[in-house]
Design a binder for this molecule. Structure first.
Ligand SMILES: NC(=O)c1ccc[n+]([C@@H]2O[C@H](COP(=O)([O-])OP(=O)(O)OC[C@H]3O[C@@H](n4cnc5c(N)ncnc54)[C@H](O)[C@@H]3O)[C@@H](O)[C@H]2O)c1
Length: 256
């Protein structure tokens, strides 16, 4: 039985993870951590406020983290140092932080799986965008999320842009010299001149559209998460994978 801790267990994603782990075969919720906890419990497991002491007090194999960009790095380091394998969904880790986590994972021989998006359809949207990027010399990304999301652009948008930039070095071919009369109107300029536009408003969970343009045609590749449950099969799969493996994985596509 895989013993799973959920960090951020009171949050929108964390509470779905608690349900998914409870329902999945071969795993159980061993610890619940959330800084906002005030003595709640689920099925006899009490919430704790402090990750380090929670991992000292309870035997845990894998921790699933859906917290916030400013906490996730520290949580990952705390887990690896406690010999617990992290599955990380929280976005906002910098390249330097990812490199540090990878280094520690290898030094401690502790598996780590980080995925900017656990929805299988979103992973396919990224793969299809990378395929299309070989054939289109112009592309922009629009990502749309609920208005409680703290980081922008989304981890998925960055990951998509990285995959596209790995096969082509300029996605603004033939664009004229531009003047922004309102700052930011053209979005953020990522590698290979990929413009990323972030929309934040109620009504969205997580959506992304990648638009490719060429003479006389456009191609739109779009994915919509309409319920947070869409992330859960990827989370459960990742918990099973990392329990059996000790490598560092970035991106769900690497275990599909
Ligand atoms: N990878 C994916 O597929 C995916 C999907 C959706 C959301 N996300 C990301 O997951 C993260 C969480 O999203 P959410 O919508 O559930 O947010 P949320 O604000 O609803 O929940 C976050 C929870 O974490 C708790 N928390 C914050 N810091 C903590 C800490 N240091 N230790 C313990 N608990 C802590 C908060 O009290 C809160 O209950 C965000 O970064 C979001 O972008 C990733």
């Amino acid at each position: 039985m895989i013993k799973v801790a959920v960090c951020g267990a009171l949050g929108k994603m964390g509470s779905e993870v608690v349900l998914a782990v409870t329902e999945a075969e071969g795993m159980e919720v061993a610890a619940l951590i959330d800084i906002a906890a005030t003595g709640q419990e689920i099925n006899g497991v009490k919430f704790e406020n402090n990750l380090e002491s929670a991992l000292k007090n309870t035997k845990v194999d894998v921790i699933v983290d859906f917290t916030q960009p400013k906490s996730v790095y520290e949580n990952a380091i705390t887990a690896i140092n406690a010999g617990v394998k992290p599955v990380i969904g929280t976005t906002g880790l910098s390249d330097e932080q990812l490199a540090e986590i990878k280094k520690l994972s290898e030094e401690e021989n502790t598996g780590v799986l980080i995925a900017p998006n656990f929805a299988i359809g979103a992973v396919l949207m990224m793969k299809f965008s990378q395929m299309a990027a070989k054939y289109f010399k112009n592309a922009e990304i629009i990502e749309l999320h609920h208005n409680q999301k703290k980081d922008a652009p989304s981890g998925t948008a960055i990951k998509t842009a990285q995959l596209m930039a790995s096969v082509q070095d300029n996605f603004a071919n033939g664009n004229c010299a531009e003047v922004e009369t309102i700052e930011g109107s053209r979005g953020g300029n990522f590698e290979s001149n990929i413009r990323i536009h972030s929309v934040r408003m109620p009504g969205f969970v997580a959506s992304q559209e990648v638009i490719f343009g060429a003479n006389g045609e456009t191609l739109k590749i779009r994915h919509d998460s309409i319920d947070r449950k869409c992330f859960m099969s990827g989370v459960v799969l990742s918990v099973r994978y990392i329990f059996e493996n000790n490598n560092f994985i970035y991106g769900l596509e690497n275990i599909l």
